[in-house]
Design a protein around this ligand. Structure first.
Ligand code: PSV
Ligand code: MN
Ligand code: MN
Length: 388
């Protein structure tokens, strides 16, 4: 296998942010299976994330969720992360666990509730100043369950106003990253259900408002790579929340359900300049490990992203363009599929070895004794912040 020097440099730059909540216990509404050694504190979540980074070199930063990861001194937490070889990354707001938000947060008809939700985002921005984070990620859980329940148009207008207030509070180097989701927790309308709505709000706000594409947040059979291509073309693809799904927002390990879809997405990222230096596309995982080991699950996940990125970078662009322009349908498809079918795993293992990393990070983690150590040391680990 051979990557062009530019493609190899792109792979060298790859960084995948880990979500702090992936290290806590999670589950379904039916049952949460706890794992021995589950972190009890944010610091312990960071220590677990540091294992992923130490064994893969792919995950230098960790996203926080507020208030799940609330601490008294975020400057101190950033320094602690630094000691572990990590950075604190995206700050995710949370308006989905407060009784006041039953009928909406940033879209609520009551100005006092909207104010409370805006103030929560102001607090998140304060955290960003202390942690040095660039991105404020807003996944808006607002919506309605029944036709007629709310004024769809009015909710959009109130959302635009709330987002404007939050956006204007950001520092000059900070971004507002708006995440969309087709359904859940509401089942009739969501106020930011799709990329078009997120894009419309982002463009109305300004240059530092961009869209987050969570790979689990679309209707079945949606062509996600098309959305990737379009958002990159429009300069508004700010971030990915990677995970994989068989049915809805399953939050399973990225690349587990449909590795070919992950390849197709990453092929558009490469094509659209999303792997270029300074592209501004933040790769992040948004997953829950309900039954499998969490740290090993995160290691598997970043390796899956790296593997499909390497395959996407392998696409012979000149040959592909030539075939496309010649109208050679099967030829173009063959060039594309050749890259997908190339097994890059031995090459990536060699590359890791050259960098002093284990050839097989999952096996190295299992052999490290870390899982046994935290199981013995940590008693009473809590759920992934959901109970916080
Ligand atoms: C919502 O389903 C979501 O994808 C958002 O990114 C949240 O912040 C995250 O999950 C964690 O619940
Ligand atoms: Mn998400
Ligand atoms: Mn989700």
């Amino acid at each position: 296998m051979s990557l062009t020097p530019a493609a190899a440099a792109a792979l060298d730059r790859q960084a995948i942010e880990l979500p702090s909540w992936a290290f806590g216990n999670a589950g379904t509404r039916f049952k949460v299976f706890t794992t021995p050694g589950t972190p009890r504190t944010v610091e312990e979540k960071l220590a677990d994330a540091a294992q992923v980074q130490a064994l893969t070199g792919l995950a230098p930063s960790v996203a926080l969720h507020i208030p799940w990861d609330l601490v008294d001194d975020f400057g101190k937490l950033a320094a602690y992360a630094d000691d572990l070889g990590l950075r604190l990354g995206t700050i995710n707001s949370n308006t989905f666990q407060d009784d006041d938000y039953r009928l909406g947060s940033l879209t609520h008809v009551d100005p006092a509730v909207r104010r409370k939700a805006v103030d929560h985002h102001f607090r998140c921005i304060d955290v960003m100043h202390a942690t040095g984070s660039r991105d404020l990620k807003i996944w808006l859980p607002d919506g309605t369950n029944y036709p007629g329940q709310g004024d769809i148009r009015g909710r959009q207008d109130r959302l635009a106003e709330s987002l404007r207030t939050i956006y204007d509070r950001l520092g000059p180097d900070q971004r507002l990253v708006l995440e969309y989701k087709i359904f859940e927790p509401f089942f009739y309308t969501m106020d930011v259900p799709d990329w078009g709505t997120a894009y419309a709000h982002a463009t109305a706000l300004g240059d530092r408002a961009v869209v987050c594409l969570d790979t689990g947040h679309h209707a079945p059979s949606t062509n996600v790579e098309f959305i990737v291509a379009q958002l990159l073309r429009l300069g508004r693809l700010g971030a990915f929340d990677f995970n994989s799904r068989f049915y809805a927002d399953d939050d399973l390990i990225v690349g587990a359900a449909d590795p070919f879809q992950l390849f197709r997405i990453l092929a558009e990222v490469v094509r659209g300049g999303g792997m270029d230096a300074g592209s501004g596309v933040q790769f992040m995982l948004d997953q829950c490990h309900n039954i499998e080991d969490k740290i090993a699950g995160q290691i598997r996940s970043v390796l899956n992203v790296e593997e499909m990125t390497a395959r996407a970078l392998l696409i012979d662009r000149d040959a592909l363009t030539a075939a496309q322009e010649a109208g050679d349908v099967l030829g173009a498809n063959a060039v594309y599929m050749d890259a997908f079918w190339t097994d890059v795993r031995p090459w990536l293992a060699d590359r890791r070895e050259e960098r002093g990393l284990p050839r097989d990070p999952v096996a190295a983690y299992a052999a490290s004794g870390y899982a046994e150590q935290i199981a013995a040391e940590r008693v009473g680990g809590r759920q992934a912040g959901w109970g916080a």
